[in-house]
Design a protein around this ligand. Sequence first.
Ligand SMILES: [Zn+2]
Length: 141
Amino acid sequence: MNDTRQQHNVACHCGAVQFKARLTDGFNTIRRCSCSYCRMRGAIAVSARLQDIEFVAGEGNLTLYQFNTGTAKHYFCKTCGIYTHHKRRSDPDQFGINVACIEGISPFDFPEVVVTDGILHPSDSDGRSRIAGMLRYSPTE
Ligand SMILES: [Zn+2]
């Protein structure tokens, strides 16, 4: 079994937390979310299966934040405070990974990012994921 998907290096700002990740569908799953937490955090997330993350350093340097139902687990670095990944509420077999922590990737690489409706969460309604809108970025040059 050869997994040909690219293995990305992921790290927080200070570098204490480092892991490798393969994504479920490249950068096609990028999104932001409109829930009370994500709207403050402001990060773009991309999907990876739980087994496709491999820690290199600093797993013990992570802090966990949970709220509401406590299903989603939001991890961030104790030292620099940067969110690296979270265990998803809508799909607990997956992590969302902060694209800005992926080596060589910037959140400003993506001209359009889907914003999913995290206020009417699929787990609180009919299980369908709704799109709240689209976030656009255009560089000045
Ligand atoms: Zn850090």
